[in-house]
Write a protein of this length. Structure first.
Length: 276
């Protein structure tokens, strides 16, 4: 069994960012917008810390999580390189939030323009978690072409864009969700299982058939003060070809890919500026 640790992949991504130099990075500005009712700010702090370590400027605004307040805040951010809205953001859906963010400032790759460009295979900013999973699979030389992948997640920021990214690698994909029947039987046919359902230890040995699949655990849950994934690691690990740990797997890659996206947005801005 291969342990798919995220740390070496994260370090590789961040080194590619560092190569452009601190003189350039200090001109990049990230603005994170979060709900003033958000209880867990750990994700915000991890993004802020990682950016500042590289010399990237970060500001955080905690606002009332309404559509009008979000629009007003975004409208005042013309000066900033990129914008992130931290989920969850009140009761607003992803598509409502995405429609408020200018595509050229969309660090998370969730706006209709970025998603459309992804589907059409045009230059785009990919959703960070989705592209992070692809980077992880490539780093560990997990074969994708011709393989069958089951994705148990249909969100706009993970499951749907991940399906497109896998199709671009000639991987056959199925997206499953809470209404899928015979989920266990479907998973037993998979070469790769990617799960992000927010339910601790959801995937156990009953989901594994004769194949030894690669399992990517996107979930992160707190149980009795301990972080666990959506996969019962202890029960499933010996049945897999490879598996990501929680913590220490996919989560580390999301922040690294956010930073790389931010740098790409800055480069895109410079390219447009030189055209005028």
């Amino acid at each position: 069994m291969i342990l798919l640790a995220g740390k070496p992949v994260k370090e590789k991504i961040l080194k590619s960012v560092e190569r452009i130099g601190k003189e350039t990075l200090q001109h990049i500005h990230l603005h994170i917008i979060a709900s003033n009712t958000l209880e867990n700010t750990a994700y915000i702090e991890s993004k802020k810390k990682a950016c500042e370590k590289l010399g990237i400027n970060v500001r955080v605004s905690f606002i009332e999580p309404t559509l009008d307040q979000l629009k007003a805040t975004v409208n005042d951010l013309n000066y900033t390189t990129g914008i992130i809205v931290q989920f969850p953001f009140g009761n607003l859906e992803t598509k409502q939030i995405a429609n408020c963010i200018p595509a050229y400032q969309d660090v998370d790759g969730i706006t209709p323009t970025q998603i459309g460009n992804l589907i059409l295979r045009k230059p785009h900013v990919p959703p960070a978690t989705a592209i992070g999973i692809i980077e992880l699979l490539k780093y560990y030389k997990i074969q994708l072409e011709g393989k069958y992948c089951v994705i148990i997640n249909r969100s706009h920021i993970v499951g749907l864009p991940l399906q497109q990214l896998l199709l671009q690698q000639n991987c056959t994909t199925t997206i499953c969700h809470s209404y899928t029947t015979n989920l266990k039987e479907i998973c037993k046919q998979a070469d790769i299982i990617i799960v992000g359902v927010g339910q601790p230890n959801f995937i156990d040995s009953s989901f594994i058939g004769d194949k030894k699949p690669v399992i990517i655990d996107v979930g992160i849950n707190r149980v009795n003060g301990k972080l666990v994934g959506d996969v019962n690691f202890d029960e499933v690990a010996s049945l897999c070809e490879a598996i990501t740990p929680v913590p220490g797997g996919v989560g580390q890659l999301t922040v690294a890919c956010v930073i790389r996206n931010l740098v790409q947005i800055y480069k895109n801005f410079l390219s447009l500026s030189f055209m005028y």
